[in-house]
Write a protein that binds this ligand. Structure first.
Ligand code: ADP
Length: 647
């Protein structure tokens, strides 16, 4: 049959180049990756056979086989799993379908071009390259595969340069065999002898012991003169039994004390395809009528696609040690979608579908319990390991806060596990509990301000009075903050209140002006306020005096129950048209510009300068909070005219 030559997709080629030029120092892990793929292929086949009798495949002896040949210096990893069709090989092996990996390749290339070695190293630590890691140890790889149910097989071969070849093969056993033509041993470069039975045993034990399928090493006639040869000298090679290298014990079913941290980490890497160890391991065993065991992991970094639609939740469902499905969304609420792991339930059918799981009451209970356990673990970390907690919250806090909108039952647990930036400290975020403990005498509310960045929020005019009085304000700058603050009325009996909304009454006694004073000011400015409200009526619903400002002349605030501009923008981005809400312009009655305007207005309300200054004040208030002007060109024109006249 004819052989065709194909080019790797550009990203795939780049990634391969990096693999070949040794971006990973520990080369042994190529075998972990190949075994991991083989194990997945076996899982898939067993499930396919369970669901489709007509598939007609033999699943009685599913296994992984390693075969080393010292003479030809090859190592073959073989499985009798699901296999791949011709087209699948092109799609799965010739291109990088995984968006995270593609992005990794692009970022890595950038870091290398910028000669930023530490950035490159950081990236490398985070991402695995799966099948391509073969090219760390081999200068040629031949993959032969036949998809279950198909008659013909496919052979793929490449030396990892720009191209690969494909041919159809008539006689291929079902499943996949990956044959590596090994590079010469170079211990300096950590290229070990991967034909050595001893080395293979060691690698499997270290990285793949928990794999639930037997990993066998085929007995092979060792090269003459080696130690292995002496040992087996009396036996005819054919009579040797293959040796099973792994214990196949599901970690979650073993006693806690018997499982080492390293073993957990390897299981994590297998299910998550993350090359970094997890941040935290969580075990939960439930006994009673509905029995299950679970082993959950919090990754140490957020994947690139965590916020995309297609993001797969990382919980695998097993039923009595048999893998049933990946990405089991019924087992983890969306706001904990970054949690990876395994749930092994005793009393479910192997045939259970996603739809049934979604509706199953036991599964719903299980999901609640798992969510609670994750949240309580996060909270525990706050005190037991502050550094870990800080990493976790930095990487996943934004996602967890989504739960404040969707998981009413766990709202308090989420608030208790959360931390927020605050004016209290430039470095350390605060918990709500600590905020409440620091509240001033007489302060009744938890104050916050939402916005785009800490800097913008901190310098916003809305903060002035709070800064002057030393009242702490939470600085909320994640997009999700705009949403949950609308939904969460209080914490620990203290109302949450935006410093940019409604009339401000600082809950501290001296801030409150005397009624008489206020009355008098109001009278002083009444003319200007009424006139401005009308003049700016298209944009604002009211112009009033402010008790928020100490330095700025003006600011714009939202009415207590109105959406903030950021929230409106979010709804619009989601395709929901809202009628624009008008906001309120507040003037600082102690500011020279405002008193000057008041005077000028009193003298001649129709003067051009008065109208222009009023308009400029409004524009400046918008700019100061980081907002958008409706007509920036006009603003600049007015401003330069005014400045010109002032010179
Ligand atoms: P990953 O395993 O991270 O998805 P790989 O590059 O290792 O990335 O593999 C890409 C895809 O190729 C796998 O997702 C799988 O669909 C397919 N594949 C790889 N190895 C095998 C195998 N032994 N049997 C069947 N399919 C495989």
């Amino acid at each position: 049959m004819s052989t065709e030559t194909f080019e790797f997709q550009v990203e795939a080629r780049q990634l391969l180049q990096m693999v070949i030029h040794s971006i990973y120092s520990n080369k042994d892990v190529f075998l972990r990756e190949l075994i991991s793929n083989a194990s997945d292929a076996l899982d898939k086949l067993r499930l396919a056979a369970l669901r489709d009798d007509a598939l007609g495949v033999d699943v009685s002896d599913l296994h992984i086989e390693l075969e080393a040949d010292q003479q030809s210096r090859t190592l073959t990893v073989r499985d009798n799993g699901i296999g791949m069709s011709y087209d699948e090989v092109i799609k799965l092996i010739g291109t990088i379908a995984n968006s995270g990996t593609a992005q990794f390749a692009a970022e890595l290339k950038e870091a290398k071009e910028a000669k930023d070695a530490s950035a490159a190293e950081g990236l490398i630590g985070q991402f695995g390259v799966g099948f391509y890691s073969s090219f760390m140890v081999a200068d040629e790889v031949v993959l032969t595969t036949r998809r279950a149910g198909e008659a013909e097989g496919t052979r793929w071969a490449s030396s990892g340069e720009g191209t690969y070849t494909l041919e159809r093969v008539a006689e291929a056993p079902q499943g996949t065999a990956v044959m590596l033509k090994l590079r010469p041993v170079d211990t300096e470069d950590q290229l070990h002898d991967y034909t050595s039975a001893w080395k293979i045993r060691e690698i499997v034990k270290r990285y793949s012991d928990f794999i639930t399928w037997p990993i066998r090493m085929a007995a092979e006639a060792p090269a003459a003169g080696t130690e292995d040869a002496e040992e087996g000298a009396d036996e005819a090679p054919a009579a040797r039994e293959p040796e099973t290298l792994n214990s196949m014990k599901a970690l979650w079913a073993r006693a806690k004390e018997d499982v080492s941290e390293d073993e957990y980490h390897e299981l994590y890497k297998h299910i998550s395809h993350d090359w970094m160890p997890p941040l935290q391991t969580i075990r939960l065993q439930a006994e009673g009528t509905f029995e299950y065991q679970s082993l959950l992991f919090v990754p140490s970094h957020a994947p690139h696609d965590l916020y995309t639609q297609g993001y797969k939740r990382g919980i695998q469902l097993y039923v009595k040690r048999v893998f049933v499905m990946d990405d089991c969304e019924a087992l983890m609420p969306p706001y904990l979608r970054f949690v990876k792991g395994v749930v092994d339930a005793a009393d479910l059918s192997l045939n259970v579908s996603r739809e049934i799981l979604q509706q199953d009451r036991q599964i719903q209970l299980m999901r609640r319990r798992l969510a609670k356990k994750v949240l309580s673990t996060v909270k525990e970390l706050m005190t037991s390991d502050a550094e870990k907690y800080a990493t976790l919250w930095r990487e996943f806090g934004r996602v967890v806060k989504e739960g404040l909108l969707s998981d009413f039952e766990n709202r308090d647990a989420i608030l208790a596990a959360a931390s927020f930036d605050s004016t209290h400290s430039a470095e350390e975020p605060t918990t709500l509990k600590a905020y409440v403990e620091r509240m001033k005498e007489g302060q009744e509310h938890v104050y916050y301000l939402t916005g785009e960045s800490r800097q913008a929020v901190e310098n916003s005019p809305h903060m002035e009075a709070f800064r002057a009085k030393g009242v702490e304000v939470l600085l909320l700058t994640d997009p999700v903050d705009e949403l949950w603050v609308e939904a969460v009325p209080e914490f620990d009996g203290k109302q949450l209140r935006s410093v940019a909304k409604g009339e401000l009454e600082l809950d501290d006694a001296e801030a409150k002006e005397s009624e008489a004073e206020r009355e008098q000011r109001q009278q002083e400015f009444a003319g200007l306020l009424g006139w401005m409200t009308e003049r700016l009526g298209e944009d604002v619903k009211e112009v009033r005096l402010s008790s928020r400002l100490t330095v700025s002349p003006a600011c714009v605030v939202s009415d207590t129950n109105d959406a903030t501009p950021a929230l409106e923008a979010m709804y619009r981005a989601m395709g929901q048209e809202l009628p624009p809400t008008k906001r309120i312009l507040e003037l600082n009655p102690s500011h020279a510009l405002v008193t000057g305007l008041n005077r000028a207005h009193g003298e001649d309300a129709a003067a051009e300068g008065v109208a222009e200054t009023a308009e400029l004040l409004y524009g400046m208030a918008l700019l100061a909070e980081g907002g958008q002007l409706k007509d920036p060109a006009r603003f600049v024109q007015l401003m330069s005219g005014r400045l010109e006249r002032a010179l």
